[in-house]
Design a protein. Sequence first.
Length: 653
Amino acid sequence: MVVAEFTGGGGGWREMISFGHRVVTGRWFTVFASLLIMAVAGATYMFGLYSNDVKSSLGYDQSTLNLLSFFKDLGANVGVLSGLINEVTPPWVVLSMGAIMNFFGYFMIWLAVTNRISKPQVWHMCLYICIGANSQSFANTGALVTCVKNFPGSRGSLLGLLKGYVGLSGAILTQLYHAFYGDDSKSLILLIAWLPAAISFIFLPTIRILNPNSNPQHKELRVFYHLLYISLGLAAFLMILIIVQNKLSFTRVEYVVDGFVVLFLLLLPLAVVFREEFHLWRARKSQAFTDAAANSEFKVVTEALPPQPLPRGISEKEQTSSDCTRNVFKAPNRGEDYTILQALFSIDMWILFIATTFGVGGTLTAIDNLGQIGSSLGYPKRSTTTFVSLVSIWNYLGRAVAGFVSEIFLTKYKFPRPLMLTLVMLVSCVGHLLIAFGVPNSLYFASVIIGFCFGAQWPLMFAIISEIFGLKYYSTLYNLGAVASPVGSYILNVKVTGYLYDKEALKQLEGKGLRRKAGEDLSCLGVECYKRAFIIITVSTLIGCFISFILVVRTRKFYKGDIYSKFRVEEQAQSEIAVAMATTTSTSSSVPLETECKATNGDSTLATTSGSVAVTEELCDDKINRKLIVGTHLRPIIWPPAFRLSHMDDSPF
């Protein structure tokens, strides 16, 4: 059907080229490109696969390894810098910086582990992994935040889908690593150095913020559901593959075939993008013919408004500075756009931050120690790979389910997202207790629970931030919320889990009448290695549940209302603008356009003969704002965006 639309000689080729350009520059291709970037941006979740190589090659004890893990989490989640950069630069700048940092950080780790450079000091390794992991925040900010701003009315589903691919990336990269390098686990570090960087550079021109979407929300959700079905198929294939690989030994050729299937499923969303863009292209083409047949006369009157001077003795900069200082502790209503400082000093932000510190920190500690937990409890090495892959897949499912289900529950039943976050944290306690008491063969089930709950917390937290504090400075606020993860990881992983593990390991060594030699790795066997640590993590997570419930109580009235109403108004206005501009363009060659200027006390008005479309220009201090009146409805709309200069004076603080 698509091919038939482009038949007809040279005109057909021109239409095909025009359609291809529309696809590549459209908002749906931006989603596709973001999905691929997210699909390889979860290298931080694969630390359990190569941590034993780092530990044995460099002679680290568990505390040192956990310190390295903390700096990994610190880099992955402290993305305030990327958020601030994204506020003043286009997304391609942030993505480029992230790609360079990713390659440098992980490539240096690979050189150290393979002894291609002299053994680095511990702080060198901490710096390398922090830089490499920090690239993930740049990828998230450049791609994910851009998509959320392009689709503000479907943010829950979009966050679930994109963050789901991040969660699935561990299993994706594992299969690609087997296809490229076989069973050489050290080469996995090399793969996560060059592959994410390459994909980011390929899609740099396509990731950008576009005009507000004029499609109804239900049509957007239909497309996101189709993308979800494809991702579920990918997750199901990876799950089956993991189970089979755990039972059978694969040859290199079989790994390569599996890798090609994974690549095919990763590229399959492109078919959905083509179909959706084709429908939009054909609809607009049909609308253009309809508008060209309509007859409308326009009578345009322009007006100039005198500049509004500030009070004497007060400069514009002084007024802005005074307003900024005064409004820091005077927060707007929930759902309005907060400044960065207003959000930072908000009680809601601190409640969410503390709850996430315990919730995400506990699950992340379990994920980072899965390899060591499996070894301590006597699981074979092949099972360790299975645990990491299970966490990756259920991490994806948690993100996808939390994003889509919370969106449905919120829209239909006014079910608040903070309450769903509280319930997810409560379920994660089951996984922590299974690890603490070392129930035989329960680590498989614990991996599923931990992975699902860890993944589910992220889209819920990021959606809550966008809903309560607005989207104006979402790039920075998104990354401020993510700082809770490394804080929780440092407390629960380094100070609690690592310390108690080493204490038990030294106790076992002394029981054998041995003493640890310098540079020798420290290992612990048995349930006691992690028992006390995960009991503490369980208690701290329950405290996080209680704190999260406080946010539920504080925001219950807000979530009972229509939190997306303002975005629907903007989308409707944008749709009316598009129709009006298309009508004006299509009739300009055949319909005379009258211009009339009236001056009334320094003011003037803009009107049309038909009364259906009117445009007003206001010129104040060299800043131009245009308003479009459609029918009898007056809505302030910036058109075109290039004319809006006033936002440059807005302070993010």
